[in-house]
Design a protein around this ligand. Structure first.
Ligand SMILES: Cc1cc2nc3c(=O)[nH]c(=O)nc-3n(C[C@H](O)[C@H](O)[C@H](O)COP(=O)(O)O)c2cc1C
Length: 313
């Protein structure tokens, strides 16, 4: 069984990857998407999204970080992937799932699921461009407006030579609205011979068991559930029985805050902390109380003061 920490733009940055892989249970991380739309990007952009490239492509605790590319131009993506491999990326993931309007308008993300041949051509070009020992994978939703093409897209990814397909079990239209349709994962797994990773709405051990039995998958990707319950991957792997204590979580919040101090502005640091505390409230009542205190605060100083006070108490 493997558990991957999901890519989450604006949430799972280098600091969150560091904290989560320190806690443990994750076999792999995927970076936030890097959009390639018109020209090759300078190395500095890749280092910004994935500073782990300067650490052999792993987090401080040794978990590999694959870099996710998003775009609609197969040859530009292929060249970008080559560039990334030269910078030390241990794997390339291709995004066919982003639902954002601005992204879809620019011919990238989930919109490409309307044309399985385009999905194929992108994966094929990237696979061909990078050395065979570098894994190339794709992450897709079940479709754009409907699920009619979900198997065609899955086959397109396999036929183009990807080694792994992660499926967020919803269409673009379904956004993030529960439920995730895990029942669609079983036919994908049965029809493909490459690895199929189940993703979507795994928040608890019970959700994991349901997803596993409905999908038949043995590999999982967890996003929001991992941020809300940082021990979830370990619990799933039976490496620990229960969630981390609130005291332990506070320790991690403190460490996260320390890492975030390297961020460019207090405004962003306060936003990131607030965001994590909000998700943690799903699992921890004291986090709910803390979030209630800070939810209406706008000034970074006030937010950071309240959080530091709670951590120090
Ligand atoms: C705030 C946010 C940002 C996301 N950013 C990305 C991204 O950069 N690349 C990607 O493939 N998926 C992205 N996703 C989708 C997640 O990787 C995942 O597929 C989705 O959240 C469902 O899994 P979950 O229920 O475990 O969170 C994002 C999701 C959220 C909520």
């Amino acid at each position: 069984m493997t558990v991957t920490l999901a890519p989450m733009e604006g949430v799972v940055d280098e600091y969150m990857r560091d904290i989560m892989t320190r806690i443990g249970g994750f076999d792999l991380c995927v970076s936030e998407f890097v959009r390639v739309s018109q020209q090759l990007l300078p190395a500095s952009v890749y280092y910004r999204y994935c500073p782990e490239l300067k650490n052999g492509g792993t987090t401080a605790s040794g978990t590999p970080v694959h870099v996710q590319l998003m775009g609609g131009d197969a040859s530009l993506l292929a060249e970008s992937a080559q560039q990334l491999v030269e910078l030390g990326a241990p794997g390339i993931d291709l995004n066919f799932g982003c639902p954002a309007k601005t992204v879809n308008k620019r011919d990238a993300g989930a919109t490409l699921l309307q044309w399985p041949t385009r999905v194929h051509d992108i994966v094929y070009a990237v696979r061909k461009a990078v050395p065979v020992h570098i894994p190339v994978s794709a992450k897709m939703r079940l479709g754009y407006m409907d699920k009619n093409l979900y198997l065609d897209n899955a086959h397109a990814v396999e036929d183009a030579g990807a080694g792994k397909l992660t499926v967020h079990a919803r269409t673009k239209l379904e956004g993030y609205k529960p439920p995730a349709h895990w029942e669609y994962l079983a036919p994908i797994r049965e029809n493909l011979s490459i690895r199929v990773i189940a993703n979507g709405e795994i928040w608890t051990h019970e959700d994991f068991q349901a997803c596993k039995s409905i999908s038949g998958c043995s590999e999982f990707m967890i996003g929001r559930g991992a941020i809300a319950r940082p021990s979830l991957a370990q619990e799933i792997k039976k490496e620990r029985e229960d969630k981390l204590s609130w005291g332990e979580i506070m320790g991690h919040l403190h460490d996260y805050n320390m890492l975030l101090l390297k961020m460019d502005s207090d405004h962003r640091r306060a936003g990131r902390l607030k965001q994590w505390i909000k998700l943690l409230s799903r699992t921890y009542d004291p986090s709910g109380a803390l979030f209630a205190n800070i939810r209406r605060l706008q000034e970074p100083d006030e937010i950071l003061g309240s959080i530091s006070g709670a951590i120090a108490a």
